[in-house]
Ligand binder design. Sequence first.
Ligand code: FES
Length: 105
Amino acid sequence: IQITFIDSEGTARTVEAEEGATVMETAIRNGIPGIEAECGGACSCATCHVYVAEEWETATGQPQPMEEDMLDFAFDVRPTSRLSCQIRVRPELDGLVVHTPTRQG
Ligand code: FES
């Protein structure tokens, strides 16, 4: 399952993701810059903020209420904003593209 992270300067990094891991864990494991994940995936820091590419919005689904609340603390929130620790990798997400924000928090 491949996930592509595109940073705010447009540099794309495609990495191999494990099914069942989260998009945040995949980023950290692969040293993707722009994702801090201070809380380690507990949905309580908002520093794993990403923008899901429009064509992937349906596949990744909508944020849960707890994630919505936490997103209020993220910098430059947009309609496609998600917390990457709340997106679990599944085969249907093969090819997923997410953009990382200019900064976290
Ligand atoms: Fe803290 Fe996602 S890692 S909210």
